[in-house]
Design a protein around this ligand. Structure first.
Ligand code: S3P
Length: 169
């Protein structure tokens, strides 16, 4: 089995779950935003500010190809728009983490570093616009997913148990 790839909207908890899964399974977790930040030595926010969204999307496509070529038997968490890369399915099994928009918004607001978490996400600066983006993406996430996991009201342990059988061997 290849990698397991977590997709879903900003703030739904892809990175948190990926790291918890890694800890539980002994597999490595890699995150596409972290890979892009290390490749460019820039923060995602800065990349958007300086070069714009299209440039960032090109970096995502480059990262997708790098994952296909180099990463195996790992847990991959992704930025909220990464699911659009052409070769997504070549990376591994796609797991869509689903929650309602307002649950996600609340999760961010209630988190310890709420301000920082919003600030680092250029596409989550405005509630209304972010909600529009969510509505537009929702059917697309569902369409590319091999597995959809509802995360609302579930603890990390429950989510880990649900995904354990799908982890790479
Ligand atoms: C984006 C989500 C962000 C990051 C970038 C763009 C998006 O990642 O990749 O700001 O288009 O939804 P998170 O999903 O980790 O916030």
């Amino acid at each position: 089995m290849e990698n397991i790839v977590l997709i879903g909207f900003m703030g739904v908890g892809k990175g948190t779950l990926a790291r918890a899964l890694a800890q539980e399974s002994g597999l490595y977790a890699v995150d596409t935003d972290d890979l892009i930040e290390s490749l460019t030595n820039m923060k995602i926010r800065k990349i958007f500010e300086k070069y714009g969204e299209e440039y960032f999307r090109a970096l995502e496509r480059r990262t997708a190809q790098w994952l296909v070529d180099n990463v195996h038997k790992s847990i991959v968490s992704t930025g909220g728009g990464f699911y659009k890369v052409d070769n997504l399915k070549e990376i591994g099994i796609i797991v869509y983490l689903h929650a309602d928009f307002d649950w996600i918004y609340d999760r961010i607001l209630k988190s310890k570093n709420a301000k920082k978490k919003l600030k680092k996400r250029p596409l989550f600066q405005n509630y209304k616009r972010a909600k529009e983006l969510y509505k537009q993406r929702l059917p697309e996430y569902r369409k590319v997913a091999d597995i959809t996991l509802d995360v609302e009201g579930k603890g990390l342990d429950q989510l880990i148990q649900a995904l354990m059988p799908h982890l790479p061997q």
